[in-house]
Design a protein around this ligand. Structure first.
Ligand SMILES: C[S@@+](CC[C@H](N)C(=O)[O-])C[C@H]1O[C@@H](n2cnc3c(N)ncnc32)[C@H](O)[C@@H]1O
Length: 349
């Protein structure tokens, strides 16, 4: 998923730092600001049992799927119940996952909250009418199957993660959901299509939470704590509000032209509160290693980061030059070089 602050393209750098500092007997990692789950998945691939958390529900759903599931689900109950439908509609599909995704992809669009509010019918062109109605039909099927116990909780999150990734691909936005484009761009007119997830290797016991980092830190212990908090004033809840509603599939009161729902405000986005929140997190951490991604454009400056990390040991900073692409009015893309930092501290015993 195209996500602000995603560490997807920085994974080789993060892995390199981790290999340099680890002792190689570590078993557990915690990704406290998990977002798309890219870093938690890296630690899982490296064989660590991962605890992950994020305050947003779409991030929770993605991480539940990618971290807690090791193998593509079998959807046994659903396939038994829908034997006829699957046989009739999905004759060319092979695996159980492909069969179920084909069934969902083949659903007729339905009315619902997404199409009523985030498509031309609601005067907001986040999605084409067809894609919004299809998303409603799929989201309702996932919800109904779960209510009727035809799918397990992991199967529910697998399908939801696939829907979130699929619908994000056809969003009619420049990058985030802070605004929609007036005219539909070509990618937004492509049909919504759910695809199988790329699951990583087998690590049993990964656990995902939908909790505030400062609350959860008091309850967990791990060998390596990875922190990637927001570093500027842009709240994720505002930038991804449409995905949040699709994940929750509730009926929030929406306001304004953009149809914003109320969202949790992160203390890490607010200059006045970020230092206090970060200090509390670091002081409370029960971990052997702390890795913190935080660059030099953040609400906390690097001296402040250093001061806070020094409370637990001798901080060290790793850096890498990184070229990111920035959308400019959704038309041009500008290259913009920044330095990415990973701050590290080995926690004093
Ligand atoms: C920079 S992004 C993380 C990106 C992630 N590492 C990735 O690669 O996709 C920061 C994340 O922190 C989450 N967040 C913000 N405040 C939080 C808090 N107090 N507790 C937990 N998560 C929080 C946001 O929802 C967002 O997903």
């Amino acid at each position: 998923m195209n996500y602000i602050g995603s560490k997807h393209s920085l994974l080789p750098f993060i892995e390199q730092v981790w290999r340099e500092v680890r002792d190689n007997d570590e078993q557990t990692a915690c990704d406290m600001f998990a977002g798309t789950g890219a870093v938690g998945r890296l630690f899982k691939r490296l064989g660590l049992r991962v605890i992950a958390s994020d305050i947003q529900k779409y991030a929770f759903a993605l991480n539940k799927a990618y971290l807690e599931i090791n193998q593509p689900p079998r959807f046994t109950r659903l396939r038994n119940a829908y034997n006829f439908a699957i046989a009739a509609n999905a004759s060319n599909a092979e695996s159980p996952v492909e069969q179920v995704l084909e069934l969902l992809n083949g659903l007729e669009g339905a009315p619902g909250f997404i199409s009523e509010n985030y498509s031309p019918a609601g005067n907001r062109s986040y999605y084409s009418t067809e894609n919004a109605e299809k998303a409603d039909a799929i989201r309702q099927a996932i919800r109904d199957w779960r209510e009727r116990k035809l799918i397990s909780e992991p199967e529910q999150f697998y399908l939801l993660a696939s829907l979130l990734e699929g619908i994000d691909q056809v969003a009619n936005t420049a990058s985030v959901y802070g605004a929609f484009l007036k005219k539909f761009k070509t990618s937004a007119l492509k049909p919504l299509k759910l695809k199988p997830l790329e699951l990583s290797n087998q690590v049993k016991g990964c656990k995902v939470h939908n909790r505030d980092a400062n609350a959860l830190i008091r309850e967990i212990e791990c060998d390596v704590l990875y922190l990637d908090p927001p570093y500027n004033h842009r709240q994720y809840g505002a930038n991804y509000h449409v995905l949040e509603t699709i994940a929750a599939y509730d009926t929030p009161k929406l306001s304004g032209v953009t149809g914003m729902r109320d969202y949790p405000r992160s203390r890490y986005c607010q200059a006045k509160e970020a230092a206090e929140a970060m200090e509390d997190l670091i002081v409370q951490a029960r971990a052997k290693h702390i890795l913190l991604s935080y660059n030099d454009e953040g609400v906390l400056n690097l001296e402040e980061i250093n001061r806070i990390l020094s409370l637990r040991g001798e901080p060290k900073t790793f850096q890498q030059k990184y070229s990111r692409f920035k959308a400019d009015n959704g038309r041009e893309y500008k290259r913009d070089a920044t330095i990415e930092f990973v701050h590290y501290v080995r926690v004093r015993r």
